[in-house]
Design a protein around this ligand. Structure first.
Ligand SMILES: Cc1cc2nc3c(=O)[nH]c(=O)nc-3n(C[C@H](O)[C@H](O)[C@H](O)COP(=O)(O)OP(=O)(O)OC[C@H]3O[C@@H](n4cnc5c(N)ncnc54)[C@H](O)[C@@H]3O)c2cc1C
Length: 368
């Protein structure tokens, strides 16, 4: 009796091991796509790579950087690329990010498309100017209890050329349970004139991979990898009066815009609405009050939605939407630039739309 139980157990284990080996071998051979060619912009650039990785990472490993904020999770929809040949069928994960017209034109999400055969793709020429930067951390500042400011000195290449408002991708290193390099989008806080460094303001997201790495692991002197510049959030300047709205770390690209405008002496008037819950969420107040004191074309309106009793707050009170509603009369000769959490942005866009701001007068980066 015991012998037959033992024999059955042994033969079951043997079958399991054999099956596992078959699966491993099959995976090894079925997923071996060999070397594939990616032709970019009708032969303007051709690269050869081992098949099997996503198009996004295949391009990045050959120094062609597509915009991406989510690090390849198919949640930002920024890494769109036109695939002329070899892309296979559209995946369900791509569908929500592509309009019917984009699908008909062959647009795909590069993070979802696995490179299995030769590909022909088209990318905007401007993306070829995106570079990877080796940097060293020069300074880390505690801006609030959950926002830190980082200044990265650029080593190679030694300078960055960008438009105020654009962002970079910050690459984390493996740590703790996170076994791979991960990247996320962060807006540059310094003006373009400060070209030898990149300044980023990172709000700690509980359990967030990159912000936890940055807040808990990074020290002055550490080497860090960035790539950029990316993004369409920059000054259009078709109207005289600029409405600037930010919450939390959304202050970063607005800071870059404000410094750029005052440094260049551009003929705009600006009102910067900076929304927070209570005083512990506010930072850079002295800095922006200082700019306002020196530049009559810049007005600074920090506002708290729920000031704490001991905040001693005498400024504007209310949700940032209410404050914007009170101060901005209409859309006449006005453009709006917004940065922060999706919830805050959507609510503000609603208010601005009711005041007559069309889509061509509202520019934003949602920090999602
Ligand atoms: C164009 C652009 C510019 C950006 N610029 C900045 C910037 O200057 N400063 C900055 O701090 N952030 C910025 N972000 C957001 C940033 O890219 C990351 O999404 C964010 O820092 C979270 O990354 P993580 O790896 O720490 O968290 P993840 O590992 O991506 O997320 C962990 C968990 O937290 C949730 N989560 C993700 N983001 C948030 C969030 N913001 N709030 C609450 N929950 C969240 C996720 O759904 C997930 O469940 C920007 C985003 C975009 C698209």
């Amino acid at each position: 009796m015991w012998t037959s139980v033992l024999l059955t157990t042994l033969s079951m284990s043997g079958i399991s091991v054999a099956l596992a080996v078959v699966i491993l071998v099959a995976e090894r051979f079925l997923n071996d796509y060999g070397t594939v060619k990616v032709d970019i912009n009708g032969g303007a650039k051709t690269l050869e790579a081992q098949g099997g990785a996503s198009l996004l990472s295949t391009l990045a490993s050959h120094q062609v950087f597509l915009p991406s904020a989510c690090g390849g999770k198919a949640t930002c929809g920024l890494c769109k690329v036109k695939v002329l040949e070899g892309g296979g069928t559209l995946l369900p994960t791509e569908e929500p990010y592509l309009t019917p017209a984009e699908r008909a034109a062959g647009m795909r999400l590069a993070c979802q498309l696995k490179v299995k055969r030769d590909l022909k793709i088209e990318v905007p020429e401007a993306l070829f100017s995106i570079q990877e930067f080796k940097t060293r951390i020069e300074r880390i500042d505690d801006l609030t209890y959950d926002i830190k400011g980082y200044r990265f000195a650029l080593l190679d290449p030694p300078a960055i050329s960008f438009k105020a408002g654009q962002y970079v991708q910050l690459y984390s290193e493996p740590y703790g349970q996170v076994k791979e390099c991960v990247f996320r989008a962060y807006s540059m806080a310094q003006p373009p004139s400060d070209e030898k460094a990149v300044e980023l303001y990172l709000r700690l997201v509980p359990d967030g991979v990159v912000t936890t790495w940055a807040h808990t692991r990074l020290k002055v002197g550490d080497p860090v990898r960035l790539s950029g510049p990316y993004g369409e959030f920059y000054l259009r300047g078709n109207c005289k009066d600029l409405v600037l709205i930010a919450g939390g770390s959304g202050l970063a690209p607005i800071r870059s815009l404000v410094y750029d405008i005052v440094e260049k002496g551009l003929p705009y008037t600006m009102t910067f609405f900076f929304g927070a819950v209570s005083k512990r969420d506010l930072y850079a107040l002295d800095e922006f009050h200082g700019i306002a004191a020196k530049h009559p074309n810049f007005r600074f309106v920090p506002a708290l939605s729920k000031p704490a009793p001991d905040d001693g707050w005498t400024g504007e009170v209310g949700l940032i939407t209410e404050v914007v509603d009170r101060h901005v009369p209409d859309a006449v000769d006005r453009e709006a630039y917004l940065c922060g959490s999706p919830g805050m942005l959507n609510a503000c866009i609603n208010v601005l739309t009711k005041k007559g701001f069309g889509n061509d007068r509202i520019f934003f980066d949602k920090f999602a």
